[in-house]
Design a protein around this ligand. Structure first.
Ligand code: CMC
Length: 384
């Protein structure tokens, strides 16, 4: 029986699923992905190799990795109507909203029988289409916003290289591609984040994978979740414009005095521990600073904010703090930060939707009712 003792606001500490995909092991300070440490994967495997592992539970052979690359390359196209939709959106549409609309729209291109077939094979096939097309939608949504012509994916380029290519039509350097690849890997899967839970809830009604991932996009946009990478970078830029590192402490003090949050810090699960992804990625920052004239000053701001936050709140950075700065240094436009997080997370979402469909039980929790009781409608003047 459900009692009020079971109530946990925000479902904090509640176990809602058994999974074989991933687990945040707080004792070992490890993000376990299919039995592997994510931080080790990020240093040793490519994003696509890790994607295969996340989706299939085993490292790919060379042939399996090549087949995944080819499928994604073949599928990295958009129907002309989706390009037209991106161009027709109001100019202030955030690329994350365009991505949500675009993924939802793609469902209509599936044969209804396949769309509603939730067996592993069709689910993976549909999931890979979404994975291949999402970066094309995101980058071209941003380009449409800017009034720039679309850039389709180039079949000669790899998955990560193509993302940088579609942003600005320039062939990216290896350093940028490798760094972005590691960022994507760090974002690939993270247990039951709000967006992953959202996808599983939607999948549990036996809705299709397009609907589940569309819902995840909406969830990830929020600044308490994926939107934090954008907000964290915006904060660094703001401090730079307001006087640089010398002004960082005052900036943070002012926000805290107004009971505001410092984006990119804190985490529901880690909270008083360093997010292992942030710990790994911070060491890559110094070697990227040369990419922007303001890089050194922003790094001084970055360190100052971290120092003040730890001294004053004992909160550590989460992954969004270094990643916001890294994407800025790689010249990715800030409105694309959260869409790229979503693109990176798709293999995790595919794995969770697939797992949910395989062992489904509808999510349907209860409430503690705090509203009135025993009210009755007025008899006179009732509309019936
Ligand atoms: N800045 C200032 N204070 C904070 C922050 C922060 N970033 N995070 C937590 N706190 C404080 C909060 O005010 C509260 O203090 P008090 O107990 O005095 O009221 C205490 O810490 C506990 O916070 P909470 O909101 O009850 O904890 P939560 O588990 O709901 O919060 C969080 C988790 C991620 C929503 C929160 O840390 C936060 O808002 N962080 C900023 C947004 C952010 O960076 N989100 C990305 C999360 S990680 C990657 C991802 O999922 O995208």
């Amino acid at each position: 029986m459900t009692t009020t003792n079971d109530y946990s606001p925000g479902l904090e500490g509640v176990i809602s699923n058994a999974t074989t995909i991933s687990y945040l092991d707080l004792d070992k300070e490890e993000i376990v992905i299919r039995g592997y440490d994510l931080i080790e994967l990020a240093q040793k495997l490519s994003y696509l190799e890790t994607a295969y592992l996340v989706m299939h539970g085993k490292e790919p052979t060379q042939q399996e990795a090549a087949a995944l690359r080819k499928t994604l390359s073949d599928q990295a196209t958009l129907p002309p109507e989706v390009y037209a939709m991106l161009k027709s959106l109001p100019k202030q549409t955030h690329p994350m909203d365009a991505l949500r609309t675009g993924i939802s729209m793609l469902a209509g291109y599936e044969d209804p029988a396949i769309l509603n077939d939730h067996h592993p094979e069709p689910n993976f096939a549909k999931g890979l289409k979404i994975m291949a097309k999402a970066p094309v939608i995101a980058c071209n949504a941003y380009r449409a916003n800017q009034g720039q012509p679309s850039i389709p994916a180039d079949p000669k380029l790899g998955f990560t290289e193509n993302i940088l290519w579609m942003i600005n039509g320039k062939r990216p350097d290896k350093e940028s591609v490798d760094m972005l690849d590691m960022v994507l890997t760090c974002y690939i899967e993270h247990e039951l984040a709000n967006s992953t839970f959202t996808a599983r809830i939607i999948a549990s009604s036996l809705c299709d994978i397009y609907g589940a991932i569309t819902g995840a996009v909406a969830s990830l946009k929020g600044p308490l979740h994926g939107g934090a990478n954008e907000a964290a970078a915006q904060m660094l830029v703001d401090i730079l414009q307001k006087g640089g590192a010398a002004k960082a402490e005052q900036y943070i003090t002012d926000i805290r005095a107004a009971h505001g949050r410092i984006m990119g810090f804190g985490h529901r699960v880690y909270m008083r521990k360093y997010d292992p992804r942030a710990f790994l990625l911070k060491d890559y920052l110094p070697r990227l600073l040369h990419k922007k004239p303001e890089g050194e000053e922003m790094y001084a701001i970055y360190r100052k904010v971290e120092e003040v936050m730890f001294r004053e709140t004992k909160l550590y950075p989460n992954a969004d703090y270094p990643i916001g700065f890294i994407l800025y240094l790689l010249d990715v436009p800030i409105p694309l930060f959260t869409p790229l997080f979503l693109c990176a997370r798709i293999p995790g979402l595919i794995a969770h939707v697939e797992e949910q469909h395989k062992e489904n039980r509808l999510f349907r929790p209860r409430v503690i009712y705090l509203g009135p009781r025993e009210l009755h409608p007025e008899k006179a003047g009732a509309g019936r």
